[in-house]
Design a protein around this ligand. Structure first.
Ligand code: GLN
Length: 309
């Protein structure tokens, strides 16, 4: 057993006994069905060793973690033109805030708040049918995770489609400023479905390896993206990946990270590891409560914070 294996097991044991586990998201009704006691962790290090504990092989709804991968794909398609549609500043607002979008004339603050991610999805969709765009996103996840079995949870997608009124408001608002190229329904359909991709901690940690390995995929040795682009995606994850909880996450964990309302967090220790934790209970900013605590313990015990010990 390596130190990493010991630390990962230790943290999963500690999380099992935590009394305050946060609140499971219920605004997407299907997400409320998940067991709030679940906890999983998976770490893939630079040598390709995988350390897992708890429910690391149970698929969960990746939700906004998908935004890291859609951003990567969209940058590959349109390059820096993407930044005409989306900013790169922390929002300091909840992930589904409407008010900021009006002040800023339909240009979302960053690609990780919902409005920004919808704009990014719209760029991927251009010149394609929704099912082609979605197929491309899903195949990208399967390729990165080296696992063709990854699928979309259609129940979760349908549940969000029925109840996603705020996202519809954000998308319509952007459309009114001419900031979406495709029909709102098409863009939202693709967005809801990529948020509903179901993956386990292990699969998602595998998919995140290219961000920890300066853009390259260790299974093939080939570049997924250039190192500078990986560095910049990591920077955005650090500053914007947890919405109005991003400052607190950087302060406590000290790694680029992206959360989802399914309770997952992907965190990147550049050059060292791709890490995923999952616990469905959320804090008031919509980020996994135990996920953040587990990552804080992991980075301090492994000395992995990008800011030093
Ligand atoms: N699909 C979710 C939504 O749009 C994603 C939000 C999240 O994970 N923070 O509301």
């Amino acid at each position: 057993m390596s130190k990493l294996d010991d630390v990962v097991k230790e943290i999963a044991d500690e999380m099992r006994h935590m009394p305050d586990r946060g609140e499971v998201a219920s605004y997407i009704p299907e997400l409320a069905r998940v067991d709030p006691k679940s906890f999983g962790i998976a770490v893939v290090d630079a040598e390709g060793n995988v350390a897992v504990a708890g429910d690391a092989d149970t698929p969960f709804s990746i939700q906004s973690i998908s935004k890291v991968f859609t951003l990567t794909l969209a940058l590959g398609k349109v390059g820096d033109r993407l930044w005409d549609r989306v900013g790169r500043e922390p929002s300091g607002s909840p992930f589904n805030s409407v008010v900021q979008l009006e002040y800023e004339k339909g240009i979302p603050r960053n690609p990780f708040i919902n409005a920004g991610a919808i704009a990014v999805t719209d760029l991927i969709l251009s010149n394609h049918l929704p099912r082609e765009a979605l197929g491309e996103i899903l195949r990208f996840m399967q390729f990165l995770a080296d696992d063709p079995t990854i699928t979309i949870d259609q129940q979760v997608a349908a549940s969000e489609h029925r109840t996603g009124f705020r996202n519809a408001a954000l998308a319509n608002y952007m459309k009114s400023f001419g900031m979406l190229d495709n029909p709102v329904d098409f863009t939202l359909g693709v967005y809801f479905h990529h948020c509903a991709i179901a993956m386990s901690c292990r699969q998602l940690a595998m998919a995140g390896r290219f961000l920890a390995q300066f853009g390259s995929n260790p299974s093939t040795g080939y570049a997924v993206i250039q190192p500078e682009r990986a560095r910049r995606i990591n920077a955005l994850m650090l500053t914007c990946g947890h919405y109005d909880g991003s400052g607190e996450f950087a302060y406590r964990v000290g790694l680029p990270g992206k959360s989802g309302v399914g309770g997952g967090i992907l965190a990147i220790a550049p050059g060292k590891a791709s890490i995923v934790v999952w616990s469905p209970g959320l804090d008031k900013t919509g980020n996994s409560r135990l996920g953040r605590i587990a990552l804080e313990r992991l980075t301090s015990r492994m000395g992995w914070s990008i800011f030093g010990a």
